[in-house]
Design a protein around this ligand. Sequence first.
Ligand code: PLP
Length: 450
Amino acid sequence: NMINTNLPTAELQKLDAAHHFHPFTDNSALGKKGARVMVRGEGVWLTDSEGHRILDAMAGLWCVNIGYGRKELAQVAARQMEELPYYNTFFQTTHVPAIALAAKLAELAPGDLNHVFFAASGSEANDTNIRLVRRYWQAKGKPWRRTILARWNGYHGSTLGGGSLGGMKGIHAHGGKIDGIEHIEQPDWWSEGGDMSPEEFGLARARQLEEKILEVGPDNVAAFIGEAVQGAGGVIIPPSTYWPEIQRICQKYGVLLILDEVITGFGRTGNWFAAQTFNIKPDIITIAKGLSSGYQPIGGSILSDEVAAVVGGDEFNHGYTYSGHPVAAAVALENLRIMQDEGIVEHVRDVANPYLAKRWAELADHPLVGEAKLVGLMGSIALTPNKATRAAFTSETGTVGFRCRERCFANDLIMRHVGDRMIISPPLCITPAEIDVLIERARKSLDECY
Ligand code: PLP
């Protein structure tokens, strides 16, 4: 009684709306306008069930870093499934894919980040981080150091822990948040910088961390978590003054620094990790997404020697059935091999600057576009009714971002909108010719909203 998967699109959409409850979606609306059914991928291109060729400028959910359709990953997965489809990494056992991947990550990660705790997603990895940093301070004899500081409009996943670390009020509104997490404001100069220069504003926003530490009491704070560049919040690239000041404050108060690199890791900003791009020295890095280019669900936390020594001094009561899953680990390892052999990180640097940077900046000529910013291959444009005042659209005008995203979708370009920011994060293998198509379709979509 298998479902026939060759049904016409409308039939598939009907079944989808009837039985598939989608994440981050108004499910009631799916009955009226069905979800687009994706069937195939190749490089930066997707094909839907009606045969449209769509340029995916979001790499799925910021994850298909090497692009779609790499058969090597399928072959490695098949081989691993035949050899050892599953074994756990609990209770004094291990296996070759987990060993090899952990060693490879220790080699790629900067500084003394040499120890990997595996999870199956970014959310799980950040939940691990909550328990890890609290356990760290318990083990150091200061169990009262348990508050974790994070940022409004940050995104760290949607499990209850990850969603609580994140600063998305819409997520907190659905089910609440766990205790012991406090938020400071984000370094979004375009929307919130007022009369300050970006550099002044970056410092001011970083200093909110110090104010919050003093308010909570320095001896109560376990850690600060932030994305190097806020992704889901709208690709908010912080002013250059921001991270050095955050680093200084964390050091001053002995607060652990967790850098969430779920999006920025694995080449996105033109280095293996954004810690290198922004010269940040975290104690823990969160990874997922690009680790396997999304071909298998896998994530993790990379720990410094010190954190691993303190938490590893005794049993750590935490783990997932799929921590270090052999098939996911083997696929991730092959993904990293391809990235290295094909020089994908170098390609990001080559294609991002000057080519994409120049073409992206051209969009700022459009009457709707204010700021156009990029770091590596992640970027955003801020839509505004008034470039000079950096004004926001109001409830009367409606969010132009939503309309623009719909126009992009109709023009076979996947870009996302966050409020009135349009964002991109394409597969890292994108070529200059494909960047031209991206810009052309984006401009056409903007014209159709104006
Ligand atoms: N952290 C960041 C920065 C993310 O962007 C995401 C997902 O978008 C997550 C964590 C959560 O990862 P996952 O969806 O794999 O649980």
